[in-house]
Design a protein around this ligand. Structure first.
Ligand code: DQA
Length: 148
């Protein structure tokens, strides 16, 4: 099985970016924890971060050809703006879990709406870096049942 994790803009700064909101865990820490968990299950996990909307769209499109089974996505600020990235996920029809480190519902009103949630398998927010691991744990047995 294959899982792609997509991280949107400014998530490359995790660890130092507004740590009171986003925590002190870096993206590299998140990726290595997820990667070792996935490897133990024989799952290939790839992680891609970009500050550019079009690059995230290109990566989502490429995932279909690569046979990616599931996507874990934190679209970051594009959560609240990007019809284009939403459409890309719909176009490839790869099921996805949406993750946010912070609880977007307790923050500014413009963060309350997501262009991704209504099409997601599920949405995790407010659990910090653990949210990514929770998404992975949710997907691993599904990969076992449906693919391997
Ligand atoms: C975020 C929440 C978004 O509102 C924000 O723009 C981000 C990160 C989160 O993980 O909590 O960049 O997606």
């Amino acid at each position: 099985g294959r899982i792609l994790t997509l991280h949107g803009p400014n998530l490359n700064l995790l660890g130092t970016r507004e740590p009171d909101i986003y925590g002190r865990t870096t993206l590299a820490d998140i990726h290595s924890a997820m990667d070792s968990r996935a490897r133990a299950e024989g799952v290939v996990l790839e992680s891609f971060q970009s500050n550019h909307e079009g690059q995230l769209i290109d990566r989502a499109q490429a995932a279909a050809a690569e046979g990616v089974d599931y996507i874990i996505i934190n679209p970051a600020a594009y959560t609240h703006t990007s019809v284009a990235l939403r459409d890309a996920l719909a176009a490839v029809s790869i099921p996805y879990v949406e993750v946010h480190l912070s609880n977007i519902h307790t923050r500014e009103p413009f963060r309350h709406h997501s262009y991704f949630s209504d099409k997601a398998l599920g949405v995790i927010c407010g659990l910090g870096a653990y949210g990514y691991m929770a998404a992975l744990e949710f997907l691993l047995p599904r990969l076992r049942e449906h693919k391997n």
